[in-house]
Ligand binder design. Structure first.
Ligand code: SAM
Length: 399
């Protein structure tokens, strides 16, 4: 394919993507449609991995023009898919790319429908100053440069290699936003305040710096998540640099900010005789189902979970909090479940209690909850439920 053909094919595929996102109601604002139609995503994703979709352990397969042909590569680039560009914080050896298993994505170009959903949630006209956390490939930064002008866009990326590639791609497209290499959890170090703040990485709580660097009346759009699962996308209105409140918008799952990833060491696993056994009305499925999983994550913010077969071959679900060495191990018992718990905190008791409160409120969806961020605590509660139950989010260290 000549360069001219490539540009023509890419432009055609971009239009198809815009049509798809429009038909599915993902993009409604003509200015964001123009941005998706105008920004060449392929400049930001010359090579990447996608999930193979094969059953079993998740397998990621490489996609480059050399491996699959230029047209197939472009079709993938202009599909509504997340294109993974890095695993486990290490750059890929692209001289001989192989399928990857058992690794965690650490950088990507997020699927366009989610990017535009977040950009629309910013609720701007054509004039806005924006801080983005999680530059990644630079694609979402480019969409904002297209709409607001590069001089209005600041973007922060923690990984120097990822940031350098994003800068080069943005330059190829003629954009020179302010790009900062550093930990976005401590802010962008801007002296002014942005009208909008957007984060394309997950955070356990809203970093205080983001409030400080957003204008009063401005918006923060970000994904909250824990170590069990994602909580979802939130849109917060910043009141005065000391308080922000807003609702969960919808499910979205972003990779966790690197500085907030769960510690890799699980410590000593509980032995078969450790802890006290009791019956429980809830099996591990409550952790996996969308709305009960949201409530369970709120109940045990420092917990992690995994399944492991016991000596008799029966599957057990472990829930561990390595900070205080509490544990809960769920086992099937006939038609029901038992839990074996130990440590200073009854982890499964916390989950049961939160689920009881949630059931008592008619099992509302995550989008019925709101977040409030204040100097001494960040809490999630039912919208308009000022006097009702609330759950504390972990504090984000500011350095
Ligand atoms: C899902 S990717 C971003 C997608 C990107 N906006 C795009 O359109 O290509 C998340 C990025 O956040 C970055 N990241 C993780 N923790 C960060 C932090 N504390 N500060 C800034 N960037 C961070 C990762 O290195 C990764 O590149």
């Amino acid at each position: 394919m000549t360069e001219l053909d490539l540009d023509k094919t890419a432009a055609g595929l971009r239009l198809e993507l815009v049509e798809l996102l429009t038909a599915e109601g993902q993009v409604t604002d003509p200015a964001w449609r123009a941005a998706v139609g105008g920004v060449p995503r392929h400049e930001f994703t010359p090579r990447f991995y996608v999930t193979s979709g094969a059953p079993g352990m998740t397998t990621y397969v490489p996609v480059t023009p050399e491996l699959v042909g230029t047209e197939a590569w472009l079709r993938k680039v202009y599909s509504d898919e997340t294109l993974i560009t890095q695993f486990d914080g290490r750059d890929t050896d692209w001289s001989d790319p192989q399928p990857i298993r058992g690794a965690s994505p650490t950088s990507s170009s997020t699927l366009p429908s989610l990017v535009v959903q977040m950009l629309e949630a910013l609720d701007t006209g054509d004039e806005a100053t924006v801080t983005e956390y999680g530059t990644g490939t630079g694609y979402s930064s480019a969409l904002m440069c297209h709409r607001f002008g590069a001089e209005k866009v600041t973007s922060v990326e923690t990984d120097p290699g990822v940031a350098a590639r994003a800068r080069a791609a943005l330059e190829r497209c003629g954009y020179a936003p302010r790009l900062i290499v550093g930990n976005g959890l401590v802010g962008a170090g801007r002296s002014d305040q942005a009208a909008r703040t957007i984060a394309t990485m997950g955070v356990r709580g809203v970093p205080w710096a983001w409030l400080r660097e957003t204008q009063p009346g401005g918006l923060i759009v970000a994904t909250l998540r824990g170590w069990l699962r994602s909580l979802g996308l939130v849109r917060l209105v910043v009141e005065d640099g000391r308080r922000a409140t807003g609702r969960f918008l919808a499910g979205s799952a972003f990779m966790m900010a690197r500085q907030q990833e769960a510690p890799t060491n699980l410590g000593m696993l509980p032995g078969d005789d450790d802890g006290k056994v009791r019956e429980t009305p809830h099996g591990p499925e409550v952790l996996r189902m969308p709305d009960s999983g949201f409530v369970a994550q709120l109940a045990v913010p420092n917990a992690r979970t995994f399944d492991m077969p016991a000596d008799d071959g029966a599957m057990r679900t472990y829930v561990l909090d390595t900070a205080n060495e509490s544990f809960a191990v769920l086992s099937r018992d006939g038609d029901g479940w038992t839990v074996r718990e130990g440590g200073p905190v009854s982890l499964w008791g916390e989950v049961e209690q939160s689920l009881a409160l949630w059931h008592a409120a008619d099992s509302p969806a995550a989008t019925e909850f709101e977040v409030s961020v204040e100097p001494d605590s960040q809490r999630v509660r039912l919208a308009n439920g000022e006097d009702g139950p609330s759950w504390r989010l972990p504090a984000v260290p500011s350095s």
